[in-house]
Design a binder for this molecule. Structure first.
Ligand SMILES: [Zn+2]
Length: 103
């Protein structure tokens, strides 16, 4: 069931073939995003850029978000595309993934 879900095309770029991953994205609040590995990295990096701007408004929140996103990026690097993440394995991501609306 979980593996089958992860074989779906990436909801962000629509590319199929790789296994999907999930990652917590921190932008003040935390949300779980689902996509292929390169999309997740892209989302996390752009979230960090946004958080840098937020440093001036909410320094503590932004710093926490950046360090969490960096940790998630490192985690993605460490686990290869086929390793999955706790978020995916718990099955809590159904219907909660990001769509292509940002493209
Ligand atoms: Zn993708």
């Amino acid at each position: 069931m979980v593996t089958r879900f992860r074989e779906l095309p990436c909801p962000m770029c629509g590319v199929s073939g790789g296994l999907l991953n999930g990652a917590p994205l921190n932008q003040g609040s935390s949300e779980l995003i689902v996509g292929c590995r390169s999309c997740l990295e892209q989302q996390l990096k752009s979230a960090n850029k946004a958080s840098v701007l937020a440093l001036f408004l909410k320094p503590a929140t932004a710093l926490t978000a950046i360090s969490r996103n960096d940790a998630t990026l490192r985690e993605l690097e460490r686990r290869k595309a086929d390793a999955g993440t706790p978020g995916i394995q718990s099955g809590s991501t159904a219907g909660n993934g990001r769509t292509c609306s940002n493209r």
